[in-house]
Design a protein around this ligand. Sequence first.
Ligand code: PEP
Ligand code: MG
Length: 954
Amino acid sequence: MLELALEQISMAQVAADKSAALQLLADHLVADGLVAPGYLQGLQDREQQGSTFLGQGIAIPHGTPQTRDQVHTTGVRLMQFPEGVDWGDGQIVYLAIGIAATSDEHLRLLQLLTRALGEDDLGPSLCAARTPEDLLKLLQGAPQELALDAQMISLGLSVEDFEELVWRGARLLRKADCVNNGFAAILQQVEALPLGDGLWWLHSEQTVKRPGLAFVTPDKPLRYLGQPLTGLFCLASLGEAHQALLERLCALLIEGRGQELGQATNSRTVLQALGGQVPPEWPAAQIVLANAHGLHARPAKALAQLAKGFDGEIRVRVLESAETAVSAKSLSKLLSLGARRGQTLEFVAEPSIASDALPALLAAVEQGLGEQVEPLAAVPAAAPVLQAATPLSVAAPSAGAVIAAVAASPGIALGPAHVQVTPTFDYPQQGQSPAAERERLHNALAQVRDELGQLIQRSQAKAISEIFVTHQEMLDDPELSAEVLRCLDSGASAAAAWDGVIESAASRQEALNDALLAERAADLRDVGRRVLGHLCGVRQVAEPQQPYVLVIDEVGPSDVARLDPQRVAGILTARGGATAHSAIVARALGITALVGAGEQVLLIEPGTPLLLDAQRGRLTVAPDQAVVQRALDERDAREQRLKAAFAARFEPAQTRDGHRVEVCANIGDSSGTPAAVEQGAEGIGLLRTELLFMAHDQAPDEATQELEYRRVLDDLGGRALVVRTLDVGGDKPLPYWPIDKEENPFLGVRGIRLTLQRPQIMEAQLRALLRAADNRALRIMFPMVGSVEEWRQGRDMVERLRREIPVSDLQVGIMVEVPSAALLAPVLAQEVDFFSVGTNDLTQYALAIDRGHPTLSAQADGLHPAVLQLIDMTVKAAHAQGKWVGVCGELAADPLAVPVLVGLGVDELSVAARSIAEVKACVRELSLSSAQALAREALKASSATHVRTLVEAL
Ligand code: PEP
Ligand code: MG
C-alpha cells in the first residue's frame, strides 16, 4: 500500500527538462529495486498520452499498463526540484512523485495528496522547503476537519440502555472510518459527562483515525445514573478539530435549546443546530463508475471540465465511502474521492442547473469519461445503479433526485407517494384506571369496526373484502376480549393490554408451524396495529384519492394481488428483484413497478409526487414540470407503439425473413384464458397450476381440478395448452401442506422433487388433466427437473395413466430450470417431447442468486451469457432430435431479450398476457439472420450488461 514517508524524499534535485526529470526518477526507482530499467519507457509513454501534472507544482509520473511487468514492488519516490521543471504547457513542477504500481494503487496516493492540493498556493512552499519533514508536512496539509454529517446521526434507536446507545454511537464512528475496531469497548470505559437536558457526552482519543462526532438518541426516554438520557454524543477526538463544535454546543445549552437535540426527529435539525454539514436539498443522481482504474487523473479531468461548463454548484461523493461530497469542478477534490470501479458516484446539483447537468454528467460517466470502459457485470442494464443496501440512516431523497432501480413491471407511472412502513407505537404500560382504559379500548375498537366496514363496502374484489371480514371477526373474538379485559383489570393501559394479547396470540399461532395459521397471525397483527394506531394517536396514512404510487419495503405476491389497479398507479419497493413472484403478479395486473430502489425510498414524505420510469429503471422524486412532460410524452409514444402492436395482436409473430415464433400466454388463474386469447395468445405456454392449489384450503380433488383444466381447454378453442404440474416449495409454500423447515428451501424439496414424494397428489393431478383433455392439444411438463431419473419417474406415471385414460394429442416434457437439466439436454432430448426454459429459476441457479434476494436479485439477469449458453445447449440438443423449445420465464417478455432468444432458435415465447402484443411486434421487427448473428455475439459476451449493450446497438 502506498504511504508517504521521509525516506522516500530526495531534496534539491536538478533537471534541465521533463525528460531529464523522468530519467532521474526512473534511475532512483531502479536503484531502490522498485522497478526494472524498462519502466522509464512506461513513464515517457504515459506523459505522451497525457501530462501527469496535477496542479500546485506537483506531478505524479507513473508507468503504462504495458510496463506493469517492469514493477517489482509497489512504492513511490519523491523528488524536489526547487528550480522547477517545465512539464509542458508552461506548467512548472517543483515536486515529482514517481509511482511504481501494478494496478490503480496510485489512487490511494492521490487521496493522500489531495488535502495538500486543496491548499491555495502550494507551489512556492514546495520549492522553498528545506527538509523532507517540511515537505511532508506540506503534503499532509491542513489539520483534519471534524467529520459530522447525516451519516453520523442516528435518531430514535431502539435500544434498551445507555450501553447499547454507546455501542450504536461507536458503530457510526467505525462506519465513517473515524476509529478502529474496539472503540466501542474504549468508550464503555470512559466516564460519561452529563450536559443537561438529557444529553450526555463521551469521548476518547484512543484508536482514532480521524476526528468525528456521532450523535444518537433512543426511541424512548431512558435514564442513566439516575438522570434522564435523551441523546448521546460520542466524539472520536483528534487534536483541536472538535473545538468549534464544542463551543457551539455550549452556546446552545446555555440558550436552553438542548432539548431540541434530544427530541429531534431528523438529522437535518441536529446538523443545523450543531453547524455540521447540512446536505443541500438539491436534486441528486447516482451512477456506478465503470472505469477500470477508477476516477484517476484523466477521467477526473474530463469530469471536472464537463462540470465547469454548468453555471452553478455541482457536488459529488462516493456512496460507499464516509467522505463528504466535494466540488465536481475541482480536479484535486475529485481525485480525493479515490473512487474505484464498481463504486457509486452520487452527484447533487443546484436546482437551477440540475435538470441539464445531472443527465449530462451521468451520460459522461456512463460513456467512460474519455476512456474505453468495460460495462460492469454486476449491474442490471446500462442504467445508473443505486447500491441497494443503502442504510436507513441516509436522508430521504430530495426533490428532483433520480434513483436507479430494477424495472419489474413495465410502464411509466406518476402519482403521489403512499408510503407504507410499519409504524412504531409508544404507550405507557400502566393505565389511568380500569374503567378509563376500558372506555378508550371500546372507542378504538368501534372506530376500527367502522373503518373495516367502509373498506368492505369499497372493495370490489371478493377476495379483498373477505380479508377485511376476517379482520372484523378477529376484533370480535370473545377470547381475545376476555384476555384483554383481564389485563386491564390488573392495571395495564389499554394499548399495553391490547398489544400484549395480540402479540402473544399471533406468536402462538406462528409456533404451530402451519403456514395457514402463520398467515392468520399476520392478519391478527395487521388488525392489532389498526387498533393500536387509534389508542396511541398514530394515524395510518390515508390512501390518496387519486391513483398513487405505493412505496413499500418489500411486497409479497398476495399483497400485490390485493391491490386495486384502478387506485395504484405504480409500486416502488426498497428491496426485491424482477423475477420475484410479487413482480410477476404486478406484471399480470399491469401495474408499473420498480423494485430494489434502496431503503431511502421509505423516507419519502407521503404525498410527494413520484415518477416511475420502468422502461429505464428510474425513479424521479418530485420531478419538475419539464421532466414530467418528457415522461408523459414518452408514455404517450409508448402507448402509441403498444396500440399499434395491440391492433396487430392476432397476426402471427413472423420475422421479416419469414421465420415463425409462437407467442403464448402464462396464466395462473384458470379463468384467465379468454383474456389471454383476447390479447393475441396462440396458446397457453405455462399454466401455473399451483395457484389453483393455493386458492383452496386443502388440495383440490380430481373432479375439482378436472373442471378447472377443462375450462381452460374449452376457452382455448383448439389452441394448445402447456400445463406445469404442481410446483410448490421454495418461495411458494402450500398452507395445508407443511414442509419441514429447510435452511435453503430453493435448494430443497420443491417442484417435481416434492410431487414425487406425494405420488397420490401428482397422480390425481395427471388424471384430472388427461380426463379434461378430450383429445385436445395437451402438453404436460414437470418443473424443477434436475436429473434424468426424475423425468423418467414423471413420464412413467403419465404413460401408466394414459393407458387408462387415452388422449390423442399429448406431449410430455420438462421445464429447464436447473442447470443440470440444460447440461443433460442431449440425453433428455431423446426422451422428452419438448423443453420449456424457466429462465427465472435457471438464472437464479446458474448465477447462484436467490431470485427474491432483497438486494442481489437485481443482478439476476437472464441475459447473462452463462444463462444464454445453457439455453443455447438446450435448443441445439432439442432441435437435433426434432423437438421444440419454449421460454416461459420473465425473460421472454423483455423486449431486449426477444431478439437474442429468437436468434438462439427458441420456437415459442410464453409471456404474461399483457406482453403478448408487444413481444409479437418485437419479433416482427427482426430478421432471423441478424438475430442469429446477435445471438452468436451475445454468447461470447462477458456480462449481461454487455449483451444488453449489443442488443441496444442492433
Ligand atoms: C421460471 O422459473 O422461469 C418459471 C417460469 O417458473 P416460476 O417463475 O413459476 O418459478
Ligand atoms: Mg420456476
